[in-house]
Design a protein. Structure first.
Length: 95
């Protein structure tokens, strides 16, 4: 499994954790520059979550972080961007 990713010359740590009892499949923590992904997810579902959190990490490691975009707007953007990438590269199917 991937332990870290490079984004804009920053290393983003990737941690796997059982998140099945939470209300989310993954989470990006900007202060720690770390994403936590659900270790119980497999296949395309896991790929979609990683891609979604990767988009959040891009927001946190580029000038986008200074644009004062609300958390709700960031979540919507991360969802739509990750879905568009996944659909165009046939990584997953929209639910």
């Amino acid at each position: 499994m991937i332990k870290s990713l490079k984004i804009a010359n920053h290393t983003v740590k990737v941690e796997m954790k059982d998140l099945s009892k939470t209300d989310y499949d993954g989470r990006y923590y900007p202060k720690e520059n770390k994403m936590v992904l659900d270790s119980t997810q497999k296949g395309k579902e896991a790929d979609a979550t990683m891609l979604h959190e990767f988009v959040h990490a891009i927001f946190g490691n580029t000038s986008l972080v200074h644009m004062n975009i609300s958390e709700d707007a960031q979540e919507a953007l991360a969802h739509e961007i990750s879905e568009a990438i996944a659909l165009n590269f046939k990584l997953t199917q929209r639910k």
